[in-house]
Design a protein around this ligand. Sequence first.
Ligand SMILES: O=P(O)(O)OC[C@H]1O[C@H](OP(=O)(O)OP(=O)(O)O)[C@H](O)[C@@H]1O
Ligand SMILES: O=c1cc[nH]c(=O)[nH]1
Ligand SMILES: [Mg+2]
Length: 209
Amino acid sequence: MGRVHIMDHPLVRHKIDYIRRKEVGTKEFREMIEEIAMLMCYEATRELKLADVEIETPLCKMTGKELAGRKLAVVPILRAGLGMVEGILKMIPAAKIGHIGLYRDPDTLMPVEYYCKLPSDCDKREVFVVDPMLATGGSSSEALAMLKQKGVKNMTFLCILAAPEGLEKLSKDHPDVDIYAGALDEKLNEHGYIVPGLGDAGDRIFGTK
Ligand SMILES: O=P(O)(O)OC[C@H]1O[C@H](OP(=O)(O)OP(=O)(O)O)[C@H](O)[C@@H]1O
Ligand SMILES: O=c1cc[nH]c(=O)[nH]1
Ligand SMILES: [Mg+2]
């Protein structure tokens, strides 16, 4: 069973609750999504493998450590996932980037695929799939299924806000994937929006409403 991690860091909590406010504008919203993603990436990479490496400081030789093991990739779910990419790349700048385009049909709440472009060796990489909102879980579950179809075996999902319904669906559909959520909210409303939530993440990041 994949593990569910709800962040409990005061900086993450402060920043998430700050951007929930409806008066926060696009510039600030976008900047803070990036910062939250960076802090979450720090936590989600805690178990990356290290290997010994011989180095020489200005004073002496020593056995140091460097990242070893699988190479990394980041896959945002378009559009809103794009807002998390820069923050994650600040922590893991050598990661390759794939894109999965999905939008949620407003009537059925079902995900509709419109784009998929992945690094050619993504099946050999550790893949961080990112989307700020885990609501019904339809979009993220579909994205993970698309990646599995391409042979990806090692994935972690990062979202800023999760609803209990989405967490349950995602961990049931993909029990092998670890999930990191910045905060766990109360519920979904009748339109499938997370409550109390932060509204439509894509519209707030890109200023489209
Ligand atoms: O868990 P779900 O019920 O599937 O809902 C979450 C999805 O909805 C939002 O995307 P949206 O369809 O608004 O597309 P956008 O990112 O282009 O705004 C959000 O960014 C997730 O991808
Ligand atoms: O609350 C929600 C649910 C889905 N997508 C969003 O952007 N916000
Ligand atoms: Mg949206």
